[in-house]
Write a protein that binds this ligand. Structure first.
Ligand SMILES: NC(=O)c1ccc[n+]([C@@H]2O[C@H](COP(=O)([O-])OP(=O)(O)OC[C@H]3O[C@@H](n4cnc5c(N)ncnc54)[C@H](O)[C@@H]3O)[C@@H](O)[C@H]2O)c1
Length: 383
């Protein structure tokens, strides 16, 4: 337990549920941070969170902000309330926010979230994903610094669900966050459906989203949702390749040409060992206090947010603005199919929406029942 003198950043948890508990633990583990209060609309989750962290609880984020000085807000919620929670946190005067992904379903809400934060100089990180892992940060730098020659092409094997927060976000980062000029897109199902899978409210789903994405620096990304047995990325340069056969876990590989000779194919490239960590299937363990390890991506997000606050540096992890761009690219790909033509970015119509899967949009206890939810909540601590 830290003394109040050691705690520089008081963390306000908004949603201490299935995912929020472990994310909150990651902040508690940082020497300068401590969970200070919890807001949750579910009385059971609130009581359990307050007991686990030894902090006061509130039924709404409004009540929490009215009663507590919060430096870092952590909305880890069903996606539906994300936009209001992020905007309310920034308006309440927090210095930094971590919000889970998908960020939101709507471009107008993404604009509102990002602009409210940036106008108040509030840092916002979003989503516990490999895109924030130090290995990926290293890989973006290697690509940008010419380690694989000039990056020309990015191949994505992805259905780009969740508003493109995995694959499209990675592609944009490997393209040095250069603006997208145009896209030519296709979707798997009905392009006029708002839904990625058939909600009861919708007739059809549009399924996978893919196509060609042209960045202003000349890099072209081809994103295919076809039936391949992996979901990965290849960043192809004139003198090498960086790839991973998985867009949600570690396992990057760097292939490079040795010497100065011409590169006519992969036969001229050699794997460079020891650059990246290997993917491990080992389940995350529990620490001495019985808490499940929050994992390297979340630990890195907390480290980066604190460094941004301490040193004023930009966030190297995935931000709210990154996920706004990923959502915009996914929407543009679907718009292209709808219109039967190329689509230029930025999208003028900010009212466009793309819903995540039902189980991410709604509260999971309402979908899966009390018993299932209680089992999930128990997983954060060793029995
Ligand atoms: N990055 C990842 O790998 C990963 C993994 C799991 C979940 N997630 C994301 O994390 C988010 C949360 O997931 P979850 O499984 O914990 O969701 P969940 O449905 O279990 O809900 C989380 C908590 O939010 C609370 N809540 C709902 N509405 C609220 C409101 N208006 N105010 C305050 N509290 C409210 C619920 O009571 C619950 O305690 C989702 O967006 C999900 O997509 C990401």
């Amino acid at each position: 337990m830290k003394s109040s003198l050691e705690v520089k950043y008081r963390v306000g948890v908004i949603g201490c549920g299935r995912a929020g508990t472990g994310r909150a633990r990651a902040f508690d583990l940082h020497p300068l941070c401590a969970v200070a209060a919890i807001a949750d609309t579910d009385a059971d989750n609130l009581a359990l969170g307050c007991e686990r962290f030894g902090v006061p609880g509130y039924n709404t984020w409004e009540e929490m902000f009215a009663s507590e000085e919060i430096d870092i807000a952590m909305p880890v919620l069903p996606v539906r309330p994300n936009a209001d929670a992020v905007v309310a946190s920034a308006e309440a005067g927090v210095k930094a926010i971590f919000c889970e992904k998908p960020f939101t379903n709507s471009l107008a809400d993404a604009d509102r979230m990002v602009e409210t934060c940036s106008s108040r100089e509030v840092h916002i990180a979003s989503g516990v994903m490999v895109s924030s892992h130090p290995d990926y940060q290293k890989a973006y730098e290697l690509a940008a610094s010419g380690e694989i020659g000039e990056v020309r092409r990015i191949n994505l094997y992805e259905n780009n669900a969740q508003g493109g927060c995995h694959g499209l976000n990675l592609a944009r980062k490997f393209a040095a966050k250069t603006p997208v000029e145009t896209v030519t897109g296709r979707v798997e199902g009905d392009p006029f459906s708002d839904y990625e899978e058939p909600y009861e409210e919708g007739d059809t789903g549009f399924g996978g989203v893919g196509g060609t994405i042209r960045f202003a620096n000349g890099i072209e990304c081809f994103s295919s949702f076809g039936d391949v047995p992996w979901r990965g990325i290849e960043v192809v340069g004139t003198r090498g390749v960086i790839y991973n056969r998985n867009n949600t876990s570690l396992g990057l590989t760097l292939l490079k040409a040795e010497g100065e000779g011409p590169v006519k194919g992969v036969q001229d490239l050699t794997v460079v060992e020891g650059v990246f960590e290997e993917h491990s299937e080992e389940p995350r363990g529990f620490d001495d206090e019985g808490w499940m390890d929050p994992g390297p991506n979340m630990r890195e997000i907390v480290r980066a947010l604190v460094e941004a606050l301490e040193a004023g540096v930009e966030l190297p992890v995935t931000t709210g603005d990154d996920l706004r761009h990923a959502l915009e690219i996914a929407l543009a790909l679907r718009e292209s199919h709808r219109r039967g033509s190329d689509v230029s970015l930025p999208l003028e119509d900010r009212s466009l929406v793309m819903y995540p899967q039902k189980m991410r949009w709604y509260y999971k206890k309402d979908l899966h029942g009390k018993e299932w939810y209680a089992e999930q909540m128990a997983k954060a601590r060793r029995a």
